[in-house]
Design a protein around this ligand. Sequence first.
Ligand SMILES: *[C@@H]1O[C@H](CO)[C@@H](O)[C@H](O)[C@H]1NC(C)=O
Ligand SMILES: *[C@@H]1O[C@H](CO)[C@@H](O)[C@H](O)[C@H]1NC(C)=O
Ligand SMILES: *[C@@H]1O[C@H](CO)[C@@H](O)[C@H](O)[C@H]1NC(C)=O
Ligand SMILES: *[C@@H]1O[C@H](CO)[C@@H](O)[C@H](O)[C@H]1NC(C)=O
Ligand SMILES: *[C@@H]1O[C@H](CO)[C@@H](O)[C@H](O)[C@H]1NC(C)=O
Ligand SMILES: *[C@@H]1O[C@H](CO)[C@@H](O)[C@H](O)[C@H]1NC(C)=O
Ligand SMILES: *[C@@H]1O[C@H](CO)[C@@H](O)[C@H](O)[C@H]1NC(C)=O
Length: 635
Amino acid sequence: MKIRFDGEHHYFGSAAKTMDNVFRQRRMAFPKRTSELVALMAISATLFLFLHTRDLNSKLRQMEGRLQPEDLTQSAANQISGGSAMSAVSAMMRQLKESGEISNLDAKALNNTRFARKEMIFFNRVPKVGSQTFMELLRTLGQHNGFAFNRDHIQRVETVRLAPAEQLELAAMINSYPTPSVFVKHICFINFTQFHLPEPIYVNMVRDPVERVISWYYYVRAPWYYVERKQVFPDIPLPDPMWLKKDFETCVLQGDRECQYIEGALREGIGDHRRQSLFFCGHSDACTPFNTQGALQRAKRAVEENYAVVGVLEDLNSTLTVLEHYIPRFFKGARQISNLDAKALNNTRFARKEMIFFNRVPKVGSQTFMELLRTLGQHNGFAFNRDHIQRVETVRLAPAEQLELAAMINSYPTPSVFVKHICFINFTQFHLPEPIYVNMVRDPVERVISWYYYVRAPWYYVERKQVFPDIPLPDPMWLKKDFETCVLQGDRECQYIEGALREGIGDHRRQSLFFCGHSDACTPFNTQGALQRAKRAVEENYAVVGVLEDLNSTLTVLEHYIPRFFKGARQVYRDEVERFKGINRNIFKPPVSEEVKEIVRRNFTREIEFYHFCRQRLHRQLLALQLPETSEGLR
Ligand SMILES: *[C@@H]1O[C@H](CO)[C@@H](O)[C@H](O)[C@H]1NC(C)=O
Ligand SMILES: *[C@@H]1O[C@H](CO)[C@@H](O)[C@H](O)[C@H]1NC(C)=O
Ligand SMILES: *[C@@H]1O[C@H](CO)[C@@H](O)[C@H](O)[C@H]1NC(C)=O
Ligand SMILES: *[C@@H]1O[C@H](CO)[C@@H](O)[C@H](O)[C@H]1NC(C)=O
Ligand SMILES: *[C@@H]1O[C@H](CO)[C@@H](O)[C@H](O)[C@H]1NC(C)=O
Ligand SMILES: *[C@@H]1O[C@H](CO)[C@@H](O)[C@H](O)[C@H]1NC(C)=O
Ligand SMILES: *[C@@H]1O[C@H](CO)[C@@H](O)[C@H](O)[C@H]1NC(C)=O
């Protein structure tokens, strides 16, 4: 009864080099013919849902045009430039317009928001339709429009279809969140009314179904996808290199099981990711056979009767306009917030030297990132420098020491990179030319757990003992203690108290410290003042702050905002992923329960806010690029 997203799909291979070809040829060289063949022969029902939604959307847009007559011509122009795979869609659209159906419009009748009985958005997001960026937008809007943002946690196996009892449980859980709020999860449509719960405001996104199926095909084969999952679930098996290397065309033309689209066929196990209509049809058995009329009708009915807005990735502008007008409580200002200016977000232009200063935060994948920089140095012609292993890693310095370090960094010939675990140093303050600041962040609670086990890993203290033989070996009791026990027993090491100071080896618990700087105002745990300083440095000084959980966007943004250094970064990462991915992986890290993580999260509020701040900025930078393949970037 359960559909699984993943299961057998997460394997590691040793063939990243050859994958390279797959990636190089992927989307650009993809012949229209195959994709049209697939569209026409196989996914017609899903395509109709897409057309239907698009049709609805265009009606809404026409309404919008009436409200704002000056926009009408603009919208019409957008309409024609639909996009490459969309010629059939455009033709259909023209037909619908010519039939006059479009003039019969009533914004109220099309407004399902009025049926909602709660100020709660339920975004049961379809994967690979730009929903990640849409989710980040919702998070930002939450701060502007005053609503809470909630999402589920990363799942080992993403179950999108549930038995009725589980649906009820999930719906009741969603219903228990205080309003106004948003809840986001990959899950099929749940009919709240059926469980006598107040109806939320349903929203979702769709995209061209053939582009989506291709996107999914390569998504599960991308190094960041399985590397990231391996980090979270170390025991997930390795992918088969043959499977990784296979391209979509071969898969379709050879009739591989994975690329066979047979009407009425059932696919359990790894889950039927092929049909976005499944996410609208619901959990019924009638929804599972591929490309059937019955499933289509159910999906259409849910869209018509329940969904307030189903956005279309290929038409983000109209989607945002419609959202703003049909769900104003939540989406007010959405277009303005996503009105992005790549130049304004580009701090690289303030640098006065061809020098990258990477003041790396520990335990955020920065070792991998450092190796990537070293390799890129050979490709793009710049020198790589880092500090030596320290007896005691001092991340905060007195002003005189800061000046000394900044002057030393400044003395390296350019173009070059300098890497060190150190708090942000304001070069301008010392009248030195500003370098290009970069850094990485990651989920702050995952990071603190990672740090906890890192300092207990044998190679950590054995290596240190080799370099500094007089350092005493740690107490075995301390080594054996697990994170959960440490938190639950309230050990000093695992106490996170607002305003508390922790000197000595430095407060490794807060990544924001590395952005706040050396001031005394930065030292108390989880304070508003330190958070504001850290945010300001990111906004004003950092060219890019990457996010470990979003490596693809990070590399894309780096390539475009700091091209002198990061040209070809994604390619290099793909080629070298086998070499990079083993670095610093701690096989001694046991899983930590969600309950304990939640206890820690409650005290890491400012760290979590800082992390999301960095994440949003990264997504804004990505969106502002308006890449031709943006729809892809918007995964
Ligand atoms: C949801 O459930 C209600 C009550 O059982 C029913 O009237 C309605 O038709 C259902 N909606 C959908 C889209 O299945
Ligand atoms: C988005 O839509 C608005 C009005 O609907 C229009 O004024 C604007 O030019 C559009 N922007 C783009 C990039 O198409
Ligand atoms: C739709 O309904 C919501 C909730 O009643 C309301 O706030 C919004 O203005 C309506 N939009 C339109 C275009 O009717
Ligand atoms: C860095 O120093 C300059 C000059 O003192 C100052 O104007 C700027 O605000 C400082 N930046 C940060 C992020 O502290
Ligand atoms: C969280 O903070 C509260 C209030 O300062 C404190 O009582 C509690 O012990 C802290 N929890 C942890 C796990 O540090
Ligand atoms: C950002 O600025 C740098 C340096 O001026 C430039 O090379 C790069 O192309 C810019 N990127 C964007 C996206 O504006
Ligand atoms: C990575 O991002 C780029 C641009 O943002 C996109 O073109 C590409 O398809 C993405 N790849 C995956 C596997 O998500």
